[in-house]
Design a protein around this ligand. Sequence first.
Ligand code: SAH
Length: 466
Amino acid sequence: MQHFPIFLDVAGKAIVLSGGSEAALAKLRLLLKTEAHLHVFASDPAPEIETWNTDGRLVLTRRPLAADDLAAATLVYAANEDTAEDSRVACMARDAGIFVNVVDNLEASAFITPAIVDRDPVTVAIGTEGAAPVLARAIKRDIEERLPQSLGLLARLGKAFRAHADALPMGRIRRDFWSAFYFTSGPRAAAQGQSAIEATLEAELAAHLAAETRPGHITFVGAGPGDPELLTLKARRALDEADIVIHDRLVPSEILELARREAVILSVGKEGFGPSTPQERINGLLIEHGRTGAQIVRLKSGDAAIFGRLEEELDAVESAGIGYSIVPGITAASAASAQIGRSLTARGRNSELRLLTGHDIDGLAEQDWQALARPGAVAAIYMGKRAARFVQGRLLMHGAAADTPISIVENASRPQGRSLPSRLCSLAEDMVDADLSGPAVMLLGLSPRDAATAAARIAIPAKEHA
Ligand code: SAH
């Protein structure tokens, strides 16, 4: 982030703008929404600027900007549409130690003006650091559509009502009150004007004062394979409402950022052979927080019910008498098969799909190798990085063809995703050569849809030799 977004208090402060044509007008239309004192310097100002001057909305001086004019300025805009004049203004501002924006010149600017969605006092600022104005416009349009015009009025009246709302106990009930007002009853009342909104605030307050505290609840949520867009809508909503999020290590930060800002985020990472939180401690955390009445999201990668020790946690929660629900997620096998463009089942090839783990509590996991060795068998092997040689040996021993295709799919659905085509005979070596650093599944019986192109497209990093 080269540019850090902040909201600057400009009420009663001087903002100086140099320029009088289109670029100046565009900036002034924005600046006129503020409570700043606007000083415009232009030898040949557009008629709108003349009018604003006459109406007392800004002060116009009909000459080029001079260094002395900057004495009391908080911000300076160079909007002359003339490179030489803009750089003269920018130099003066820099010399005076004042932040300057040169219109359409990111390099020469000390700050940039974001695209703005204005529901004053709610203001959304969108910045792309100059990378993609089209993107900023599209996002702005999206947010404009999503935020009702009444939001500004609701926020103003809500703000004035804050002291009354303090009668509600802190935490969930108070939050529920505000979210009912802003998202349900408030927008409905807005159509009837200010007094209807004020009546709604009173009615919601009375209803929430009478409400009982909600009991604790745990939602076991499958976070999917990593791409935040592969979260279900239910998962999004659960994250939106959570007081506490307890997550596994494989859940990426992009997904955790979707949790409510006030939510407490606890990591109970368990990764292969690395350090981990003992299962008893995780169960203990769920019960401890559940008993406080917290709304907890227990976030597990992929689908919570696949190699996620879900039932151990359900047993613990249930025996403590805490309510729970389960939100399924997209498992790694689905994301991996999508990444290699193959179907996990196919008529005439396999009418059965197995999900295996390379490891279980006893170490390397034994399986029905005979069934897996049959031609056409398809299986997704989870947690198999260190089990590749074992799996290879067992399958060959049970008569699987040496050229059985296997795809190693790392970081499925994530930006750094890789698919590596392999064969049973070279699996162990290919796994070492792949030098995997992210989570990976092996898809036994499937090669990437177009193995040749895939191999050319996805470079396997050269192994480092000491
Ligand atoms: N509940 C999860 C699995 C947890 S076990 C699910 O349904 O996907 C952890 C294993 O899942 C990892 O060792 C790896 O084999 C697999 N895995 C999880 N995310 C993955 C991803 N994005 N790409 C490939 N494999 C993944």
